[in-house]
Write a protein that binds this ligand. Sequence first.
Ligand code: C5P
Length: 227
Amino acid sequence: DKKITIAIDGFSSTGKSTVARRLAKELGYVYVDTGAMYRAVTLYMMRKVFVSEGNFDEEAILRHLPFINLKFVFSEEKGYGEIYLNNENVEDEIRYMEVSKHVSRVSAIPKVRKMLVKQQQEMGKEKGIVMDGRDIGTVVFPDAELKIFMTASTEQRAKRRYDELMDRGDDITYEEVLKNVKERDFMDSTREDSPLRKADDAVEFDNSEMNLEEQFEKVLKIVKDKI
Ligand code: C5P
């Protein structure tokens, strides 16, 4: 089989990462969660208090970008790469609601995107990669052999995210999650630099009515036709 690049984009909590991870495992490919990278940068800036409720110091953010080192380390237990921020595993911490609240604003900064896109392109240069995010098919890998654009209703997505956070024991209401999902959808698709949109040659997938197994089978069939 030849190795290809698979780009999966879509709004928050469409189940992109679940499908992407499984696909990578099935094919023996590397999986990269680019949302985790934007979240880790955001977490770093929150710890420095450049970003907080009522404060957003873009200049300080830009000044500190060179001090951020990100890497993914494969976890046998989880079966995928967990993200490390300056050698600290932050895989769990980046999923907290506080980070979700600020991440879209940090991600809208062109220099942040430029830095992360470069790293993502580097990780994918050998192909054999499944990457998920917002701009993978449009900006990071415009030549990807397979592009998938996932959608699902807002309520369905918020419910999914809420269930995930409840499973971990977070103290959160469904309304808060729904509000955050809507805000991020809006910011991610209206920002100036690399807004979320479906690449012209992407296959669109509405998974509101599909369970995981069905989604996976369908994606795998498309992939098998390409390799
Ligand atoms: O995928 P996830 O929901 O974890 O991504 C968190 C946020 O990171 C998104 O809401 C978006 O603001 C940003 N992001 C991005 N470009 C990507 C991936 C994520 O701007 N490729």
